[in-house]
Design a protein around this ligand. Structure first.
Ligand SMILES: [Zn+2]
Length: 164
């Protein structure tokens, strides 16, 4: 990693640490950089904003798109303190930056109590699986929510705990 990229990543980490200390949200932050200049910063605001989608990457993407007056981040780089969760990864794909750098891995986040592996298990099941809304993940699909040709997204809220 080049020195400039390293310093953007270090900035994201510093923002993440400060965010956790301020109790604004989880220890996560992200920057959007274009042409070597930071155009937006985002921190996790889930608990302070009571917004489960206010992950650092989403907050940064929204701010960057506002700053650019465009719905895509063409030619931009995202620097995140942590490997993006599935929601943020989806948002990143829709925003289409040129590159994403991250510091901690999803495994590191899991160790700290922020485990998103249940979502990846869910994604692996989602397509073409029919079942009730509360069907346990991994259980055989019981077709009580949609017709035979329909598709349901099985969701088990036991796995969706945000660490306090
Ligand atoms: Zn996320």
């Amino acid at each position: 990693m080049e020195g400039e990229s390293q310093s953007f990543l270090e900035r994201a980490i510093a923002l993440a640490v400060a965010n956790a200390r301020n109790s604004d949200g989880g220890p996560f932050a992200a920057l959007v950089v274009k042409d070597g200049r930071v155009i937006a910063e985002g921190v996790n605001l889930v608990t302070s904003a009571n917004d489960p989608t206010a992950h650092a990457e989403v907050v940064a993407i929204r701010a960057a798109c506002r700053a650019l007056g465009h719905f895509q981040l063409e030619g931009c780089e995202i620097y995140s303190s942590c490997e993006p969760c599935p929601m943020c990864l989806g948002a990143i794909y829709w925003a289409r930056p040129a590159r994403v750098y991250y510091a901690a891995t999803a495994a590191d986040a899991s160790q700290a109590g922020f485990d998103d592996s249940f979502i990846y298990r869910q994604i692996a099941l989602a397509h073409g699986v029919s079942g009730g809304l509360n069907a346990p993940i991994g259980a055989p699909a019981s077709n009580n929510f949609t017709g035979n040709s329909g598709r349901a997204f099985m969701f088990d809220s036991r796995y969706a705990q945000y660490p306090e």
